[in-house]
Design a protein around this ligand. Structure first.
Ligand SMILES: Nc1ncnc2c1ncn2[C@@H]1O[C@H](COP(=O)(O)OP(=O)(O)OP(=O)(O)O)[C@@H](O)[C@H]1O
Length: 864
């Protein structure tokens, strides 16, 4: 006999999980109907929570360090080192400050992003059904204790190590054993396995029950479980880079490369223009530092995380950051019907009874329990109709559970001293198993069809008396007598119609994939506004060759796939992807998992879904509601838009920063440098960052859901964006900045080539560079407002709808004023106080930059 776990003696006596059930129950001081709630609470104090020790906590110094040594930061360190060697300590310190502050900011953003993802656990607590006080309770998995009796059901993750006490389950133990084929575990099997993992009576935390039903008594929780002992199996999931982040990383590198080329290129030009080698060198470094977009990537990560957070508030838990953007580019949604389009609140509306045994059969052929309100809503509705709380399980001799492929279920029960088979299911499945005249069957099918046309979900109920327990399902479900037809209603959710309308205006098609009857499903679909232009049944789909399916899916219109099996979902997802669509597919059952993985966005039901489906999905809906998917799409579109907005904003400043240097170089030094290096860094670091961050929080632009979906191939950076950033806002800003610079110089009597390094003109030169600096800041304000919208006018988006941006701009202006007017900062940054007429000249600049872009947007709106 093997001892399967050795907890520390202080906590519990050693327990041999493979000993006979009665002994084990005694050792664990529990009963087959579980612990009392009070005893469970007491044990929780002793055994501690059923959770694995976390490995997080002290990793933040590493995370911070990573921000300081990523490749772009290294580039900046090299620049700072060169500045140090060249003897410009001020610049070297400033560059170090840039790196540190940016690193810190990126670090904070990353932590926030992680927190957003981790917080999702809070929205979706892991619950497990257990027996306590003889009743089924869904308790948080962390509160399980040794002695608890688990109710194992198909599709659920097993929350602790336990021994079966009755029933049989198939378990996917691949995460512990690496073996992908499910293994069968039975309560009364003989346990002669060499290692606990192979024991036929034990199940382990972290594995998944893929079929069957059983009760099992918990013998180990938390770190005493097998999985708890495999220390390397950390509970953290890695975060992969999203396509958006990858794209932006590439763009960031491209810009960095350009910055290096511009910097290196300036070296000879600056020297030719009359700078000394060290001075030219310092400027080259300044240009490089100003243009390396080190803050771009963390800002995008933060925007995605903010998207995750607001989606969670709307009821869609996104498990990967990257899914936020994918969801935004969805072109087709394949949805379930029951519970997603409808409320999943069923009630019996119409009954055609043949004989008086219908109600009894309905009660027997059921696994639901009205008192615990557990079970399939269809069955709960039937029990309520029958006025019963549930079947008498002590009389049950066999159960063939509901199978979504066979679309029926059966039981065999002892009634008095006779054995009775009770079957219920889809009429197409049940009627052929009943004995009746041919004409009768046709008449009944016509009745079913008529009921389905009124959106009723129709079940056929049948039964028969048998002399002995039949050997197989097939034998059980033959020669039945039809007892009746029951029509149930499940009204559509009220918010779905508006969500479907949103999908249509957003260019998204909605197909329904359901196990239900085609007419019922098509009628429900129409009631919520889904086209249902074509109904394809499971049988027809099986006959349909690939090209014909592709053709059906690419044709205009929406399809109802009825009587579909879970495998059909996989085929539909595959075909849609091959046709270039971005597919969101819903699912709840164990068998839906492959389709959920295959779709671009697998959407699992948080309430009605199995753990297996939730694990395979990228999005889990906390309310199982179709409208929530659409809210997610909207949010995904908004986040992507916002990323574009701040990329545009950051691109736009490059022109007014680089143009002055070019002018200096091209003029051969006749025109003095319009900006100092530290002023450039002040813009890059101080004034630009907060407004850029705020653009990531921009509310949705009007008309967001009346645009076509973004094409898969469409990148973040578009030609139109570059035209706006460089061609319009950048160019206009550059001209305004130089205008301010020259205005101040000329007013002081400057002429090209005059010496500004000393003498009478020196004070004017300080003011002139300050004017350039201030002009860039003012133009940035205009750019920020223009970048807020991609197509519509600022007025329709609302001037004050982004409070964060207003705050960011206020900070930017105060920061700039401090640099210009505070004497210690004046000395450091080479600034001088500006006279009133210069300030007056600066004031209209934001309006000019924003106004010209507004005109451009107006023109493109009207030419399209
Ligand atoms: N508990 C049950 N017992 C017997 N038959 C059932 C039961 N539940 C459903 N059925 C039958 O099986 C069919 C398919 O049910 P299934 O649950 O797979 O899909 P659905 O709930 O109708 O739709 P969706 O796939 O959109 O959720 C139903 O239309 C019904 O005829």
């Amino acid at each position: 006999m093997t001892t399967h776990l050795k907890p520390e003696p202080a906590e519990a006596p050693p327990i041999d999980a493979s000993e006979p059930v009665s002994r084990l129950l005694r050792d664990l001081r529990t009963t087959p109907s579980g612990l009392t709630a009070r005893e469970a609470a007491r044990r929780l104090q002793v055994s501690g929570p059923n959770a694995l020790p976390s490995h997080g906590g002290h990793r933040w110094p590493l995370a911070l360090l990573r921000q300081l040594i990523h490749p772009l930061a290294l580039l900046l360190w090299v620049a700072g080192g060169l500045a140090w060697v060249a003897g410009t300590t001020n610049l070297a310190i400033a560059i170090a400050a840039v790196i540190l502050l940016n690193g810190l900011l990126a670090f904070v953003q990353e932590q926030q992003a992680e927190k957003a993802v981790e917080a999702l656990g809070k929205y979706l607590p892991d619950r497990a059904p257990v027996l306590r006080d003889g009743q089924v309770w869904h308790v948080p998995a962390t509160e399980l204790v040794p002695g608890d009796v688990l109710v194992l059901e198909e599709g659920n993750r097993i929350p602790a190590d336990a021994r079966l006490i009755d029933g049989t389950v198939d378990v996917d133990a691949s995460m512990l054993t690496g073996e992908s084929v499910p293994v069968t575990r039975t309560a009364d099997a003989r346990d002669d396995a060499a290692r606990p993992l192979d024991s036929p009576v034990l199940v382990f935390s972290g594995t998944v029950c893929v079929a069957g039903a059983a009760h099992a008594v918990v013998h180990a929780t938390g770190r005493h479980t097998e999985i708890g002992r495999i220390a390397s199996l950390s509970s953290r999931v890695g975060r992969e880079e999203s396509p958006l982040e990858r794209q932006v990383r590439r763009v960031a590198w491209l810009i960095a490369l350009v910055a290096v080329v511009v910097g290196v290129g300036f070296l000879p030009l600056g020297w030719l223009a009359g700078l000394s080698w060290p001075a030219a060198f310092v400027f080259a470094i300044g240009l490089l530092v100003a243009n390396v977009p080190e803050g771009l990537l963390p800002t995008i990560t933060l925007a995605l995380a903010a998207g995750v957070r607001s989606m969670a508030k709307a009821g869609a838990l996104v498990k990967r950051l990257s899914a936020v953007e994918t969801l935004g580019s969805t072109t087709v949604i394949c949805t379930d019907k029951t519970g997603t389009l409808t409320r999943n609140e069923m009630s019996v509306e119409e009954v055609h009874s043949f004989g008086d045994a219908l109600v009894e059969a309905l009660v027997r052929c059921s696994t639901a329990d009205v008192t615990g309100s557990s079970g399939d809503p269809t069955e709960l509705a039937l029990l309520r109709y029958a006025g019963s709380t549930g079947a008498d399980l002590s009389a049950r001799k066999a159960l063939y559970p509901f199978d979504p492929r066979l679309k029926r279920m059966s039981t065999v029960d002892l009634v008095g001293d006779a054995l009775w088979v009770s079957t219920k299911g889809a009429p197409e499945q049940v009627l052929p198993r009943c004995t009746m005249p041919v004409g009768e069957r046709t008449r009944l099918l016509a009745l079913v069809d008529e009921m389905a046309g009124r959106a009723l979900r129709v079940l056929a109920v049948a039964g028969r008396r048998v002399p002995a327990l039949p050997g197989s399902r097939e034998e059980t479900e033959t020669d039945l007598d039809l007892l009746g037809l029951v029509g149930l209603v499940d009204p559509p959710r009220p918010e779905v119609a508006a969500a479907v309308a949103d999908c249509h205006s957003a260019g998204i098609r909605v197909h329904v994939v359901t196990g239900d009857n085609g007419r019922t499903a098509a009628e429900i679909a129409r009631r919520v506004g889904i086209g249902a232009d074509r109904v394809i049944s499971g049988e027809e789909l099986a006959e349909l060759p690939e090209p014909a399916l592709d053709e059906a899916l690419t044709a205009n219109g929406e399809i109802v796939f009825s009587r579909a099996a879970p495998e059909d979902k996989l085929r539909i997802a595959d075909a849609l992807r091959d046709c270039g669509e971005v597919v969101a597919m819903t699912g709840d059952g164990v068998n839906d998992a492959p389709a959920l993985r295959r779709a671009d966005i697998g959407v699992a039901m948080g309430i009605g879904g199995t753990d297996v489906a939730k694990e395979a999905a990228t999005v889990v809906l906390t309310d199982d509601n179709f409208a929530t998917i659409v809210a997610g799409v909207r949010e995904g579109r908004r986040v992507f838009d916002n990323v574009r907005k701040f990329v545009l904003y950051i691109f736009a400043h490059a022109v007014p920063e680089v143009l002055p240097f070019l002018l200096f170089a091209v003029s051969g030094g006749m025109i003095p440098l319009p900006l100092t290096v530290l002023q450039i860094l002040a813009i890059d670091l101080g004034t630009e960052t907060l407004p850029a961050l705020a653009l990531g929080r921009e509310p949705a632009e009007p008309g967001l859901m009346s645009r076509r979906p973004r094409r898969r191939s469409e990148g973040v950076v578009t030609g139109r964006m570059l035209l706006r950033a460089w061609g319009i806002m950048g160019l206009v800003s550059g001209v305004l900045v130089l205008g301010a610079f020259f205005a101040v110089l000329y007013a002081a009597g400057w002429h090209p080539g005059a010496d500004v390094t000393s003498g009478a003109l020196h004070a004017a030169y300080l003011q002139a560079t300050t004017a350039s600096f201030a002009a860039i800041v003012f133009c940035q304000v205009g750019t920020a407002f223009a970048a807020r919208t991609e197509r519509v006018s600022l007025r329709s988006a609302g001037l004050t709808t982004n409070r964060l941006l207003l705050g960011g701009i206020a900070f930017e202006l105060v920061f700039a004023a401090a640099l210009i007017y505070l004497p210690p900062l004046q000395a450091l940054f080479g600034t001088a106080a500006l006279p009133g007429w210069v300030v007056a000249m600066l004031l209209p600049m934001p309006v000019i930059v924003w106004g010209l872009d507004e005109v451009f947007r107006w023109a493109t709106r009207h030419s399209a």
